[in-house]
Design a protein around this ligand. Structure first.
Ligand code: PMP
Length: 361
């Protein structure tokens, strides 16, 4: 009989399921389930990858100096306080590995991103899920959930899958109300979609207990390349860098990310299109009797009258070649999360939901 067993808590981890990309028997599908950029990666990022193909036999940079420099320049941040990871998922992992262990608590919201719980469990810490009333991050509830064992508090702002956002004063109230041993992590995976928003960088700069994470997977269109980054006080960067594998980012990933962040014209175009079509889609769905909260990201959370209705609509959409995301795992069983696609996809999804609401099955 084998005595090989994983660490406590590992088998409690529910497997993360990404957005589907195929429907059996249906061709020509449109994937609106993973909040990807409908315009793809920037042409400059594609060209940058082609340029480094002959360097694949070389190990990549260990310190990501050139990419950190580019991020620092574009966002006006100190490159020395930036750390890069295999998606922002990996930065979340580093934080949990470095700061939370058995007996510690990791706090996040009921409708918060699934990786917070997974990373907490992998680290052996206890995940603490805080309820939310109206699908908006509740600072008072988060503060009330903190104890002397709380090591990390995660919020995404804007949040996935709700799309809602809280203001700077609320985030500051959270940061300043935490117990002294706790770090606040501001997950800014969707920050780029909010015109003029710094993702919380100024809050990081003014404190010692706040970290911001960001990603190249959304507005920059590089989900498949897996690049994210974190911005933190120097002492925390020093800790996280010790946890990070020395060659965590590949040569093409580094090249693509650096070119993507410098292609500001492409980024501006994608952001503007997202805002335009998000407004259009929310209004079109509302006209069909499907409300959503005001979204600040690149998706909307379409709300149905029941779990049954949401699931039936999802199946109908799939039959018509449209893949959206069920979010029952986020305690939102009567909702579907729909990525804001290009204009044709938005029109198609609104049209099919209209047919569903008119009784078609
Ligand atoms: N945070 C949030 C809120 C997300 O929605 C996602 C992606 N689904 C991530 C982090 C992780 O993204 P990535 O690892 O691709 O950077």
């Amino acid at each position: 009989m084998t005595q090989i067993t994983p660490q406590p808590g590992i088998m409690d981890i529910a497997l993360y399921t990404g957005g589907k990309s195929t429907v059996e028997g249906v061709s020509n599908v449109v994937k609106l389930s993973s909040n990807e950029n409908p315009f793809g990666p920037s042409p400059a990022a594609q060209e940058a990858v082609r340029r480094v193909l002959h360097e694949m036999h070389r190990y990549p940079s260990t310190d990501h100096g050139s990419l950190r420099q580019a991020i620092g320049e574009v966002h006006g941040l100190d490159a020395g306080r930036i750390i890069c990871g295999v998606g922002s998922d990996e930065i979340i992992h580093f934080l949990a590995q470095a700061y939370a262990g058995p007996g510690d608590e990791v706090v996040f919201t009921e409708h918060g991103f699934g990786m917070y719980k997974i990373s907490a469990r992998v680290a052996g810490a206890t995940p603490v899920e805080v309820p939310e009333a109206e699908r908006v991050t509740d600072v008072d509830a988060l503060l009330a959930a903190c104890t002397e064992r709380t090591k990390l508090v995660f919020i995404a702002n804007p949040n996935n899958p709700t799309g809602t956002m809280i203001g700077q004063a609320e985030v500051e109230r959270l940061a300043d109300g935490l117990p002294p041993q706790a770090i606040l992590v501001l997950d800014g995976a969707y920050a780029e979609y909010v015109e003029g928003f710094d993702g919380g960088a100024s809050i990081v700069d003014a404190r010692e207990n706040v970290v911001m994470t960001r990603t190249f997977s959304k507005l920059y269109g590089l989900g498949g390349m897996r690049v994210g980054w974190g911005y933190a006080p120097a002492g925390i960067i020093d800790v996280l860098t010790r946890v990070r594998g020395p060659f965590n980012l590949s040569v093409p990933a580094l090249a693509a990310a650096e070119a993507a962040i410098r292609d500001t014209a492409f980024v501006e175009k994608c952001r503007a299109e997202n805002t335009r079509m998000r407004t259009w889609l929310a209004e079109a769905l509302m006209e069909h009797g499907v409300p959503s909260d005001t979204s600040c990201a690149n998706f909307i959370l379409a709300r149905f009258s029941s779990r049954e209705e949401a699931e039936a609509c999802d199946l109908f959409l799939q039959k018509q070649g449209l893949i959206v995301r069920r979010v029952a795992g986020y305690n939102l069983p009567a909702a579907l999360r729909i990525t804001v696609g290009d204009e044709a996809s938005c029109r198609r999804v609104a049209h099919v939901i209209g047919r569903f609401k008119a009784g078609e099955r």
